[in-house]
Design a protein around this ligand. Structure first.
Ligand code: NAD
Ligand code: UDP
Length: 330
């Protein structure tokens, strides 16, 4: 079976591509390398460099390759950046989705697995969050992903392109051998920044706000290992191939950790001090996001392998110690 991974040079995409290849899939990657890395792509995948908003480029790829399913991971995904520059997010994410669906329709490709996000919920009405709960994004990034989900729903009704949207909570960790991992420029995510401080590349860890409505005042998030996310996509493709209807699933560990708890866990895993300071709130951050992921477990048969935060941070630390400067070191 041939799978196209859009955004396969990115953090989650590169782990997805690697897992697909190890499972025997024929893999095609499209990526414009805006935030991804050529060195992150498993060399057994066929790579086409280009932008998914470019219909001619996509049509050309679909004419050269016989693709059975598309995994859509190519998006901008930084909450703070989206607050400052919403049009950049709506342009890349929403237009990119429309162009991809148009090209899939022309090429007759019927299956799409989509990287959605917990940011679609905004400040949730209850914890843990169920898929059917209110969705009221508080940042343009989450709004763009919710719009993309709605577009896929109507496209399914009209043209029969079936989709699974996977609402990831906080992706973390790396392939266990440390050969691929997270390398964003700029890096804004909590765990890679904590590990920068642990590695002595940054003096202190800024905690953005300690006056949230949470037990220790810092935001609470639900961390899920990047390879467990990759597994869920393979299960989602199998679900669609069996003729099941389009569907939406949360993907999280169902356990929340505050920012302070993550820093403590990183201290334990790395054995480093990790100095911290309290900084102002970042903007666009909901108090708490924790998933109920029972639906993915029951319907898809998803069984996350990394079920505790220390083991997740340990894999990110292995990547960090082997590649202190990310893909520059490869
Ligand atoms: P990433 O920035 O590392 O990867 C995105 C990849 O897409 C990059 O390689 C980038 O070059 C490529 N890309 C972006 N726009 C493109 C375009 N128009 N044409 C072609 N390529 C393009 O991000 P990531 O952390 O790996 O996230 C992957 C997906 O998962 C995103 O859709 C994101 O919204 C979603 N997601 C991520 C998290 C997380 O915690 N990292 C959580 C929830 C959802
Ligand atoms: N965060 C922080 N300091 C940092 C980076 C992140 O306190 O240097 C906080 C951020 O405000 C949020 C949490 O860590 O409360 C997770 O942020 P991240 O960007 O990793 O993921 P998000 O939940 O925004 O997708």
């Amino acid at each position: 079976m041939a799978v196209l991974v859009a955004g396969g040079a990115g953090y989650i995409g590169s782990h997805m591509v690697d897992r697909l290849i190890n499972d025997g899939y024929d893999v095609v990657v499209v990526d414009n390398l805006s935030t991804g890395h050529r060195q992150a792509i498993n060399p057994k995948a066929r790579f086409y460099e280009g932008d998914t908003r470019d219909s001619d480029f996509l049509d050309d790829v679909f004419s050269k390759e016989k693709i059975d399913a598309v995994i859509h991971m190519d998006a901008f995904s930084l909450v703070p950046e989206s607050m400052k520059d919403p049009l950049k997010y709506f342009d890349n994410n929403v237009i990119g989705m429309i162009k991809l669906l148009e090209s899939m329709k022309k090429a007759g490709i019927k299956y799409l697995v989509f990287s959605s996000t917990a940011a679609t919920y905004g400040n949730p009405e209850r914890i843990p969050i169920y898929e059917k709960d209110r969705k009221d994004p508080i940042n343009p990034y989450g709004e763009s992903k919710l719009i993309m989900e709605h577009i896929m729903k109507w496209v399914d009704e009209a043209y029969g392109i079936k989709f699974v949207a996977l609402r990831y909570f906080n992706a973390a960790g790396a392939k266990e051998d440390g050969s691929i991992g997270e390398d964003h420029h700029p890096e804004t995510h909590l765990i890679p920044i904590v590990l920068k401080v642990a590695a002595g590349q940054q003096d202190t860890m800024k905690i953005f706000g300690d006056d949230y409505d949470t037990p220790d005042g810092t935001n609470v998030r639900d961390y899920v290992h990047v390879l467990d996310l990759a597994d869920a996509h393979i299960l989602a493709m199998k679900y669609l191939e069996k003729g099941n209807p389009s569907n939406i699933f949360n993907l999280g560990s169902s356990t929340g950790f505050s920012n302070k708890q993550i820093i403590d866990a990183a201290r334990k895993v790395t054995g480093k001090k990790i100095p911290t300071e309290i900084a102002p709130r970042r903007g666009g951050d909901p108090d708490t996001l924790v998933a109920n992921s029972d639906k993915a477990r029951e319907v898809l048969g998803w069984k996350p392998q990394f079920d505790n935060i220390d083991s997740i941070i340990k894999t990110a630390w292995t990547w960090k110690t082997k590649h202190p400067n990310g893909y520059e070191d490869k």
